[in-house]
Design a protein around this ligand. Structure first.
Ligand code: DC
Length: 235
C-alpha cells in the first residue's frame, strides 16, 4: 500500500464533487491511482439505474416502479485492465451508459428520492473500511459528510463543454453548442433538485480547473491528501 511516508488509517475517504466536464472523472481516477486508493464513480451507478429503467420502459418519474426496480437490482463495480466496469444484474453495461440519452435519463432519475435512497445505502456500503476516492455530486454533502478530504471541482461552462465534446467518441455527430446546451440543462436539473443538489460542501477545497492542466490539478490534490494523511499519523 502506498502511503506517501505517512501511517495510513484503515479507512480514508476522499470525495470529489462537481459538475459535468469539470475534469472530475479523469482527475479522480488519477488521484486514486497516485494514492493507491480505490476509485468509485458514483455517476455510473445513477447511469446504471437509468439505463435499466429506460430498457424496462419505466417512466422516469414513476416512483413506485423505480422503487420496485431498485429493490430488484444488483449493482457491482469491478476494476478491470481498461478501467472501471459496472455490472447491473450481472450484465456489463459499461459501454452503454455514456450516451447523451442516458446522461439526461440519469440526471432525471437522480432527482427521485427513491433512487437516491437506494444508492445512498449502496454507496455507504461501498465506502466501508476502504481507502477510496468517491466521485459524484453529493459525496461531500450527503453521502460522506465526515469524509477525510473533500474537493469541489469546477470550470467555466465553455471549457467544460469543449472537454466533454472532445471525450465523446461520437463527437462528430454533435456540435459543441449542443453539448453546452445539454450540459446547462443537466447542471440546472442537478443543482435545483430538492434532494441532495449539486453544491460544494462548506468544508470542501474548491479547485477551478478552467486554466489548470490536469497533471497540475492532480498534483495539488494529491499533495493536499498526503498532508492530511501525514497529520493523521501524528500521535
Ligand atoms: O457524473 P455523471 O455525469 O456520470 O453523472 C450522471 C448523472 O447522475 C448526473 O447528471 C447527476 C447524477 N448524479 C448524482 O445525482 N449524484 C451523484 N453522486 C452522481 C451522479
Amino acid at each position: 500500500m502506498k502511503n506517501h511516508g505517512a501511517i495510513v488509517r484503515e479507512s480514508f475517504i476522499v470525495t470529489i464533487d462537481g459538475p459535468a466536464g469539470s475534469g472530475k472523472t479523469t482527475v479522480s481516477r488519477l488521484v486514486a491511482e497516485g494514492l493507491g486508493f480505490d476509485y468509485v464513480d458514483t455517476g455510473a451507478l445513477y447511469r446504471g439505474v437509468a439505463y435499466t429503467a429506460v430498457n424496462a420502459n419505466i417512466g422516469l418519474d414513476d416512483d413506485g416502479a423505480l422503487d420496485r426496480l431498485c429493490r430488484s437490482l444488483t449493482i457491482r463495480m469491478v476494476r478491470e485492465k481498461d478501467g472501471l466496469h459496472i455490472f447491473v444484474n450481472e450484465a456489463d453495461v459499461s459501454g452503454k451508459i455514456r450516451t447523451p440519452d442516458i446522461s439526461m435519463a440519469a440526471s432525471t432519475v437522480s432527482a427521485r428520492p427513491v433512487v437516491r435512497r437506494y444508492l445512498l445505502k449502496l454507496q455507504r456500503d461501498l465506502g466501508r473500511d476502504r481507502q477510496a476516492v468517491f466521485e459524484g455530486r453529493d459525496m461531500g454533502t450527503v453521502v460522506f459528510p465526515d469524509a477525510d478530504v473533500k474537493f469541489f471541482l469546477d470550470a467555466d461552462i465553455k471549457v467544460r463543454a469543449e472537454r466533454r465534446h472532445r471525450e465523446m467518441t461520437h463527437g462528430h455527430d454533435v456540435t459543441i453548442e449542443q453539448v453546452q446546451e445539454d450540459m446547462m440543462r443537466r447542471d440546472k436539473n442537478d443543482s435545483s433538485r430538492t434532494v441532495a443538489p449539486l453544491k460544494a460542501s462548506a468544508d470542501a477545497v474548491y479547485v477551478d480547473t478552467t486554466d489548470l492542466p490536469i497533471p497540475q490539478v492532480v498534483d495539488l490534490m494529491i499533495a493536499h491528501v498526503s498532508d492530511r494523511l501525514g497529520q493523521g499519523a501524528v500521535p
